[in-house]
Write a protein that binds this ligand. Structure first.
Ligand SMILES: Cc1cc2nc3c(=O)[nH]c(=O)nc-3n(C[C@H](O)[C@H](O)[C@H](O)COP(=O)(O)OP(=O)(O)OC[C@H]3O[C@@H](n4cnc5c(N)ncnc54)[C@H](O)[C@@H]3O)c2cc1C
Ligand code: SF4
Length: 589
């Protein structure tokens, strides 16, 4: 029962991560009264600044800045024949919590999808014989062109002070960059991070083998940078505690360092922390929203009236809030009717760890995005059709951290006690990885819905995930393993261990992969098979916009946040230029 009603605002934003912060500043600059509601706590940068220690146990093992499973568990199963069970401990992914969302403590690899990734279905129809791919595969094109989305990726690059080496400037291939990237309208704002021993060995070997390595595109900035909003970042000092840690130095682009310091000073913007939104409230005709309801820190139910609702609470929470609020028809995998929940996709990773008696990699002197990668094995750049699968990977050697807990040791080294200590003395800092991070297609049977058995502490059903690996993704992994092992052999390590999926592997939720979950409320060209139009606007409730990874129809091999930033900026522009003048559906279908 709602017992408090706030003053009405023009825009209410649910979740203050990257998507929410971009929307906040873009719409506040337009003069709208904007209020953000964030489930987690305030996280001011000074909380993490020198001389506070970067504590690996607290941040990276005990997940200090992540939501607890108690507050945001999901249930998980492989297929519809099983009863899903709730997550008790985060494993494969770790959703963020608090101001800045996961953008506060992400790694900062800010790589774009390729042009083929944006038009994957068109590519598949042209390159693969009819019937060559899994009949349950449900891949789609993104509903915009490269030319439409590139200026927004360019703007997000500048917001973040992207550091790297340009590969394709206006169609001209540039030396040292990624020759497979789509044309950029501008070069990278800042030069690449310094190379480390592992990345230079990897790059030299990959180049000798005919691949095209380039420095990881990085949102750990390499020089002082003032972004288009006037926010200032300082050069990264390679502190070695980046991924899963907030930056202690104002060097990692985050909502805090690039946007929130600016928007917080605007009188028409405010935000509340400890505000857990539990539903979007609809008018009786169910065609528009009248606001959202949240539980505040005193556990009171509060109604926040608003003319526009932005759901930017991360992929899972966005899908769940749509389901809980009755926005759009829930997806049914048997009939394939309904749209909310469909096309859930994740990704897989794999690696070889190479140990060298005579090398020291100084892993503690590193930034989150340090490393080199190549994109040669991405759709359209190699013979996927001949190999019988679609998709690709970035193949890279990165060195995100030298933090001691979990240091890889050669096979056979004890995992504890005296043997482990001796192993650490002999091998700490003497290993490098060659890794893959893959695409993942969408399938008819992979989806999200509300769990019929399990509820959260506020009595609402948990989100249920139905997902497992399919042969397409497993064949891709086996092919990539071959490439990684060929590179590893060339590097002649003294010992090696490997970690790849087999053709009979099931998805393992207990091992960390990355928090690159996508789909569930996808964008498309028709309300019959998508939840959102090209501007992330709900087809059903036109004053609700849902920017985030949920909008991706499948997962490509690049990290998602460059495109999440871009689709959010694209949506904000459409709200400012079109929706405010003429509220209603922005696309007729
Ligand atoms: C350790 C780690 C490393 C990563 N590294 C990279 C990388 O190198 N490159 C890359 O591209 N991506 C990376 N990612 C992913 C990246 O962080 C996400 O893609 C990005 O942050 C998503 O932005 P978002 O705004 O959609 O969601 P989030 O950043 O998750 O923000 C959502 C916010 O909504 C809030 N919220 C949720 N539910 C509610 C509710 N009901 N009511 C109110 N508020 C709510 C959450 O607390 C959160 O603050 C990484 C993620 C993690 C966790
Ligand atoms: S490595 Fe650089 S960007 Fe990352 S936390 Fe340290 S100083 Fe910040």
């Amino acid at each position: 029962m709602t017992n408090i009603t706030n003053d009405e605002v023009d825009v209410v934003i649910v979740g203050l991560g990257w998507a929410g912060s971009i929307m906040a500043i873009e719409l506040a600059k337009e003069g709208l009264k904007v209020r953000a509601l964030e489930r987690g706590p305030e996280r001011p940068p000074e909380d993490f600044a020198y001389p506070k220690p970067a504590d690996q146990y607290a941040y990276a093992i005990r997940n200090k800045v992540f939501v607890t499973p108690r507050d945001a568990a999901l249930t998980v199963r492989y297929n519809t024949g099983e009863t899903a069970l709730p997550t008790r401990k985060w494993g494969a992914f770790v959703p963020g919590n608090g101001v800045g969302g996961s953008g506060l403590h992400w790694t900062g690899v800010l790589i774009r999808p390729t042009q083929t990734d944006i038009k994957l279905k068109t590519y598949a129809d042209q390159a693969y014989k009819r019937g060559a791919l899994d009949p349950d595969m449900r891949i789609k094109d993104f509903p915009f062109t490269w030319e439409e989305i590139e200026p927004h990726m360019d703007k997000f690059d500048k917001i973040c002070g992207l550091s790297g080496t340009t590969g394709n400037l206006g169609g001209q291939i540039q030396p040292g960059g990624d020759p497979f990237e789509g044309p950029r309208s501008n070069p990278y704002p800042l030069p690449a991070l310094h190379d480390t021993l592992n990345s230079s060995l990897f790059a030299a070997t990959a180049r000798k083998m005919g691949y095209h390595p380039f420095p990881n595109p990085s949102a750990n900035v390499t020089q002082a940078w003032t972004n288009p909003y006037g926010a200032q970042l300082a050069p990264c000092n390679y502190c070695g505690f980046c991924s899963k840690y907030p930056c202690l130095n104002y060097s990692k682009a985050s909502p805090q360092t690039t946007i929130l310091d600016v928007v917080k000073r605007m009188p028409n913007f405010d935000y509340k922390t400890g505000a857990n939104v539990i539903r979007v409230d609809l008018h009786a005709d169910k065609k528009t929203a009248k606001g959202v309801t949240y539980i505040d820190e005193q556990q009171r139910e509060v109604f926040q009236p608003a003319k526009i609702v932005i759901l930017s609470s991360f992929q899972f929470a966005n899908v769940r809030l749509m389901l809980l609020s009755g926005i759009g028809e829930p997806y049914n995998p048997i009939t394939e009717r309904g749209v909310i929940g469909r096309n859930y996709a994740f990704l897989s990773v794999g690696d070889a760890t190479l140990f060298f008696k005579d090398k020291h990699f100084n892993p503690f002197a590193t930034a989150g995005a340090t490393g080199e990668m190549f994109n040669d094995i991405s759709p359209g750049n190699f013979d996927g059709p001949g190999l019988g699968f679609i998709g690709g990977a970035k193949i890279h050697s990165s060195q995100a951290s030298g933090a001691p807990i979990g240091t890889a040791l050669p096979p056979g080294t004890p995992a504890w006690g005296k043997g482990w200590k001796e192993g650490m003395v002999d091998w700490y800092g003497r290993a490098m990885k060659v890794s893959i991070s893959t695409s993942c297609m969408a399938y008819r049977g992979h989806y999200l819905d509300l769990d019929p058995n399990y509820k959260d502490p506020w009595g609402q059903p948990l989100l249920r995930m139905t997902f497992d690996w399919r042969q397409n993704e497993l064949k891709l992994q086996r092919h990539l393993r071959g490439i990684v092992l060929d590179i590893a052999k060339e590097l002649k390590p003294d010992a090696m261990s490997e970690n790849f999926l087999g053709l009979d592997s099931h998805w393992d939720i207990t091992k960390y992969v990355s928090t690159h979950n996508v789909g569930g409320a996808i964008m498309g060209t028709s309300p019959r098979d998508s939840a959102l139009n090209r501007y992330t606007q709900s087809w059903d409730v036109h004053n609700v916009f849902v920017p985030g990874g949920n909008a991706f129809p499948q997962n490509f091999q690049a990290n998602p946040t460059a495109l999440i930033g871009a689709i959010t900026l694209f949506a904000a522009e459409a709200i400012k230029q079109q929706y405010l003048k003429n509220p209603g559906p922005l696309v007729q279908a």
